[in-house]
Write a protein that binds this ligand. Structure first.
Ligand code: ARG
Length: 462
C-alpha cells in the first residue's frame, strides 16, 4: 500500500496493520472538501511567498483537474483520501506536488475537511427539514377542522383535530432546524494551518485560508484545532434528535395504518407486501426508520466514548469519527425524505378519525369546565363529572347519550344547559387558548408557522 510516510522505516508494515488502519472507504466521502481545503492552502502558500506563485498555480490547476476527473480516478489502495489525492496530484503535476504539504499536516487537514463536509451536509439537512415542514403545514391547513381523538397515555383524552396534531410535528422539526443552525455556526471555525499540533515556523496566514473557505475565523489554539471533535458530537446529537422525532412520527404511521385505528391509508409506493399473506400492506419504511433510530443514537454514544479518554493532541482514535458521522447524516437525509413521501401520498381516513371520538368520554373535561365556569371549584366539578362517568357506564351509555332525564338521575346538581358542551366538535371549537386547536387559535398558529416557514432559516420559534 502506497503511503505518504515511511522514510524512517526500514521494514514495511504488516498487511493487517494496513487494513486495520485504512480509512479511505469512509473518508472518500469528503474528497471534494479535502480538495477545496488544499486549494485554499496552496493559494495561501503562494500569496505569502512560502512557495512561488507559479508553483501555487500548478498545484491549484492540478487539484482542479482531480476534481474534474472525479473520485474514480483516485487510487484507493492507500491509507486515506489525503494520500490518494496527493499521489494523484504527483502523477499530474510531478514533484512540485510535494510542496503542497508545506506547513500542513493531515491532522489539521482532516479536521478542516470534516468541518467543511458537515457544513455542506447541514445545508442539505436544513432544506429537507423545510421541505417536510411544508408538507405538514399544507396538510395541517387542509385538515385544520378534521376531528380526531387527542391522546394521553395512548388513551383518548380530549378531542383535537388532525391539523392540530400535524402541527405538533411541525414545531418539533422547527426546533431541530434551529439546533442544526446553531451547530452550523458553532462548527464554522477553521483548523487549517494548525499543522500537526503546534502551528508552524512558516509565515502562513490562517485568516486568509479561513476566509477563503467560508469559515468565520481560524480556531485560536492550534492544539485545540487538531484535537476538537465536539462539532462531530454535536452533529451526531442533532442527528439523533431528528431521528428520534422521525421515529415518533413513524410509530404513529405504523399504529394509525393498522386496522384497529384505520386513520391513514399509506400509498402503494411506500408500503410492501408479504411473501405469504396476500392481503398485507406493511408500513416497512416507518418501521425501518423507527428501527434505525437505535443506530443513530448509538453513533453519538460511540463517538462520545471515543472522545472521553483522549488527551489533547491528535490521536488516531479520532479517525473513528467518520463512520458514525456519515452513517447518521445518511440516515436522517433518507428518513426525512421517506416521512415526506409517506405523508404526501397518504389518504387520511377522516371519517374514521371523527367517528372514533364518539362515545369516548373525551368531553368529560368540558363538562367539568362548564361547572367550574359557573362557579363550582374545579376539584369539586371533577368529582361530580367522575360520578357522571360512572353513572353512564352503569347504564351502558356515553356522554353524548345524556338527556335531561338521565342527567337529573345521575347528577341532579348539574343544570341541563351542560348538555350543550358534550359534542367533540364543540369541545374543539371552544379551545381557543393560545396554542390550542380552536379555529381562531389554530389560524394564529398556522399564520405564525407559515411566516417562519417562508423565512430562510430557523433562528426563531416565535
Ligand atoms: N485518517 C486520519 C483520520 O481520519 C487522517 C489523519 C491521520 N493523521 C495521522 N497523523 N495519522 O484521522
Amino acid at each position: 500500500m502506497k503511503k505518504l510516510w515511511g522514510g524512517a522505516f526500514s521494514e514495511s508494515t504488516a498487511d493487517l496493520v494496513d487494513r486495520f488502519g485504512q480509512s479511505i472507504k469512509t473518508d472518500l466521502h469528503f474528497w471534494q472538501e479535502d480538495l477545496i481545503g488544499s486549494v485554499a492552502h496552496a493559494r495561501m502558500l503562494g500569496e505569502t511567498g512560502i512557495i512561488s506563485k507559479d508553483e501555487a498555480k500548478i498545484l491549484i490547476d492540478g487539484l482542479e483537474k482531480i476534481h474534474e476527473e472525479g473520485p474514480r480516478a483516485l487510487d484507493i489502495d492507500v491509507e486515506d483520501v489525503h494520500t490518494a489525492i496527493e499521489l494523484r496530484l504527483k502523477e499530474i503535476v510531478g514533484d512540485v506536488a510535494g510542496k503542497l504539504h508545506t506547513a500542513r499536516s493531515r491532522n489539521d487537514q482532516v479536521a478542516t475537511a470534516a468541518r467543511l463536509f458537515l457544513h455542506n451536509e447541514l445545508l442539505i439537512v436544513l432544506d429537507l427539514i423545510k421541505s417536510l415542514q411544508g408538507v405538514l403545514l399544507e396538510q395541517a391547513t387542509a385538515h385544520k377542522g378534521a376531528l380526531m381523538p387527542g391522546y394521553t397515555h395512548q388513551q383518548h383524552a380530549q378531542p383535537i383535530t388532525l391539523g392540530f396534531h400535524l402541527m405538533g410535528h411541525f414545531w418539533g422539526l422547527q426546533r431541530n432546524g434551529w439546533r442544526a443552525e446553531r451547530l452550523f455556526e458553532l462548527a464554522n471555525y477553521s483548523p487549517l494551518g494548525a499543522a500537526a499540533l503546534a502551528g508552524t515556523g512558516f509565515p502562513i496566514d490562517r485568516h486568509m485560508t479561513a476566509q477563503e473557505l467560508g469559515f468565520t475565523a481560524p480556531i485560536p489554539n492550534a492544539l485545540d484545532a487538531t484535537s476538537d471533535r465536539s462539532f462531530i458530537l454535536d452533529a451526531l446529537h442533532v442527528c439523533a434528535l431528528i431521528m428520534i422525532d422521525l421515529s415518533r412520527i413513524s410509530q404513529e404511521l405504523v399504529l394509525w395504518s393498522g386496522r384497529e385505528f384505520g386513520f391513514i391509508k399509506l400509498h402503494d409506493s411506500v408500503t410492501t407486501g408479504s411473501s405469504i399473506m396476500p392481503q398485507k400492506r406493511n408500513p416497512d419504511m416507518a418501521e425501518l426508520i423507527r428501527g434505525r433510530t437505535g443506530r443513530v443514537i448509538a453513533n453519538w454514544v460511540t463517538m462520545a466514548t471515543v472522545m472521553k479518554g483522549l488527551p489533547l493532541g491528535y490521536n488516531r482514535d479520532t479517525q473513528e469519527d467518520k463512520p458514525p458521522l456519515f452513517d447518521s447524516l445518511g440516515k436522517i437525509k433518507d428518513s426525512l425524505q421517506l416521512i415526506q413521501l409517506q405523508l404526501e401520498s397518504c389518504e387520511w381516513q377522516l371519517q374514521t378519525m371523527a367517528n372514533s371520538t364518539r362515545g369516548d368520554f373525551s368531553t368529560a373535561t368540558d363538562l367539568a369546565d362548564f361547572l367550574a365556569a359557573s362557579g363550582m371549584p374545579f376539584r369539586e366539578a371533577h368529582e361530580v363529572v367522575g360520578k357522571v362517568v360512572i353513572g353512564c357506564n352503569e347504564r351502558g351509555i356515553t356522554l353524548e347519550d345524556l338527556n335531561e332525564s338521565n342527567l337529573k338521575e345521575i347528577a341532579p346538581e348539574i343544570p341541563s344547559e351542560a348538555l350543550n358542551v358534550l359534542k367533540p366538535e364543540d369541545s374543539v371549537r371552544r379551545r381557543e387558548s393560545y396554542g390550542g386547536p380552536g379555529p381562531k387559535a389554530m389560524a394564529t398558529q398556522l399564520a405564525l408557522a407559515a411566516e417562519l416557514h417562508a423565512e430562510r432559516g430557523f433562528l426563531k420559534i416565535a
